[in-house]
Every structure is written in C-alpha cells, then in structure tokens.
Ligand binder design. Structure first.
Ligand code: SF4
Length: 175
C-alpha cells in the first residue's frame, strides 16, 4: 500500500491537495521506455525479473512506444550516430516525461573517451537522475527509479508550463 499524501486524515477519509494526489498517481504508475544499447541493458533485464521485480513500483509495463512512456531509461553506450535517435525518442514522449541515465556510458561516455561516443546523454537531452556504475547493480537502478518517483510525487502540475522548464528545453534546442 502506498502512503496517502500529507493533508487531513481520519477514519475512512483523507483530504489533500490536487497536486499531491496527481503526484501520487503518477509516481506509482510510471511506464518506462528502456533504451538499452549494451551491457547495462542486461542489468535492466535482471531489474525486471522476479528477484528484483520493478513491478513492485508500478513499472512492470514497459513501453516500446515513446508516446505511451513516462520515463526514458537510457542504458548503455550511445554512439554519436545514435544521439539523434535518442533525442527523437525523447521528443516523441508526451509531457510529463522524465529521463533516467543508467550507467557510466549513458552518464558520461564511461570508459569510451573516443571520437565516436557521446560523452553523456545530457549533451542532447535533459536528465533527471543519474545512476553511476559500470555496470550499476539492479539495486542501483531501482534506487534511481525511486528517485524519479520522488520527483514525480513532488512535482507541481504547473511545472511543465513554467518559464524555467521552457528555458531548460530551449537550452537543448527543444521548443
Ligand atoms: S557503463 Fe559499463 S556496463 Fe554499462 S554499458 Fe557502459 S561499459 Fe557496459
């Protein structure tokens, strides 16, 4: 059972703000879009499987369609040739959308400090949470996912229309 958001509580009822209620619903029904290109993707398979079971967080329904996804999980090495594809997938996602960068390669290029590898996906799209490690263990991926849940829970329903958010997107050339 999830905890009810802060507000007035009594036997059989609670009263709270709409923002908290929407945040509660969003946080516990985040649909991930796994963008896995290499070894970190294998750790994600383990995160999905019965032992770690990401379904405990309401996220067992993977979305391979960007338009029905809430969290873009980028896992693995992203070659510069692949970068426009990652950005296109991000652009196709509806708001509110979150981005989880999993593993050293997605966060910073990892050990591949070469001409052909993107040195971190935050060079092309905004990232909400970074999970370090090469590879990160499933517990770390779950922890990163829980951080996204916290962000979703606390986010105001107006945030995506705020000038600060628009300025953030504009800094990535996204209108
Ligand atoms: S961070 Fe390490 S484990 Fe993950 S994709 Fe890169 S090389 Fe593979």
């Amino acid at each position: 059972m999830v905890e009810s958001p802060p507000g007035l509580e009594g036997q059989g009822f609670f009263a709270t703000s709409l923002d908290s209620l929407v945040g509660l619903a969003r946080a516990n029904s985040l649909w991930p879009l796994p963008f896995a290109t290499s070894c970190c993707g294998i750790e994600f398979m383990s995160t999905m499987a019965s032992h770690y079971d990401i379904g405990r967080f309401g996220a067992e329904r993977l979305s391979f369609s960007a338009r029905q996804a809430d969290v873009l999980m980028v896992m693995g090495t992203i070659a510069k040739k692949m970068a426009p594809v990652v950005k296109q997938v991000y652009l196709q996602m509806a708001e509110p959308r979150w981005v989880l960068s999993v593993g050293a390669c997605a966060c910073s290029g990892g050990i591949f400090d070469t001409y052909s590898v993107l040195q971190g996906i935050d060079r092309i799209i905004p990232v909400d949470v970074y999970v370090p490690g090469c590879p990160p263990r499933p517990e770390q991926i779950l922890d990163g996912f829980m951080q996204i849940q916290e962000l979703a829970k606390k986010e105001s329903t107006r945030r995506r229309n705020m000038p600060e958010y628009k300025a953030l997107l504009a800094s990535y050339g996204i209108e």
